[in-house]
Design a protein around this ligand. Structure first.
Ligand SMILES: C[S@@+](CC[C@H](N)C(=O)[O-])C[C@H]1O[C@@H](n2cnc3c(N)ncnc32)[C@H](O)[C@@H]1O
Length: 264
């Protein structure tokens, strides 16, 4: 559901009250990417990641799952619908955590999407409309740091880290400790477009995307090295496209690489 208007003026009763809607542009983009319409025929990314995880979990115990860097939470709800007994979503961003928790608690979210300049469209999205309402009680969200996880987040059969590693301040610390949180035989599923930026990750922390001794080091090389002691890689990497709509006429179309790692 959406309609278009300019940013509401305070005191104008004809306008929608602005504070009922999430107006932060990045948060609105993620609400749209997780719960809004698909674009250019590219399937919803968090739902696609959850589907792949659920296929990988066929014949394995679907006890507890962790969606790390869950943003506004779609994959966590999808994992619960797919049969996990309990799903925890964690994000370091207070804003994303708040939105995911509100979706869990109230079953709906409202956001104002920046269509063009100051023109916004207003959207209300509901779990019920996606067939996700019945599983809300098996999903929980917390604000936490993937590089410094509190002790209580442990004992998972699946950890999904979707488009997280190249946004972490210390992906190396994350990868060297995540095995402690996964049950033997459990899976770690990582996706990333490997867009390393010093704004998020110091150059020394990059897992790949640079030259060493004259040779290209890819992020896949870095992942294999970082995970070798505690995981074995399952299958081949695969490409998962995703689209983030920034405005009515501007979209980011990226291709994440998905890899699967089984805890030894
Ligand atoms: C590119 S977004 C991907 C979000 C979501 N997984 C998806 O696929 O749509 C990266 C997410 O990681 C979160 N993040 C960044 N650093 C983090 C950290 N240290 N611990 C937990 N989450 C973090 C960000 O707040 C953001 O929600």
């Amino acid at each position: 559901m959406s309609d278009f208007t300019t940013i509401p003026n305070e005191g104008d009763p004809e306008q929608k009250p602005r504070d009922q809607y999430e107006t932060d542009a990045l948060a609105a983009q993620y609400c749209d990417a997780h719960y809004g319409a698909e674009h250019f025929g590219v399937p919803n990314f968090p739902a696609a990641c959850a589907r792949i995880c659920l296929d990988l979990m066929a014949g394995r115990k679907k006890g507890r799952a962790l969606d790390l860097g869950c943003a506004v939470g779609r994959a966590a709800f999808e994992l619960a619908r797919g049969g996990f007994e309990r799903v925890t979503g964690l994000d370091f961003s207070a804003r994303f955590f708040r939105l995911a928790a509100r979706m869990q608690g109230e079953g709906h979210l409202r956001y104002a999407f920046p269509e063009e300049g100051e023109i916004l469209s207003f959207h209300e999205i509901a779990l019920a409309g996606l067939g996700l309402d019945g599983i809300r009680g098996r999903v929980e969200f917390f604000r936490a740091d993937a590089c410094n996880l509190p002790e209580k987040f442990t004992g998972y059969d699946l950890v999904l880290a979707a488009n997280l590693i190249d946004r972490l301040y210390s992906p190396r610390r994350f990868l060297s400790t995540i095995h402690e949180r996964i049950n033997p035989g459990g899976l770690l599923v990582i996706t990333s477009p490997y867009t390393w930026l010093e704004e998020f990750t110091r150059r020394e922390e990059w897992l790949g995307g640079y030259k060493a001794a004259g040779e290209n080091v890819t992020t896949l090389d870095g992942l294999k090295e970082a995970l070798a002691s505690h995981f074995r890689q399952l299958g081949e990497p695969r490409d998962i496209p995703f689209v983030i709509r920034e405005t009515r006429r501007k979209f980011q179309h990226s291709i994440a690489e998905l890899t699967v790692w089984e805890r030894l």
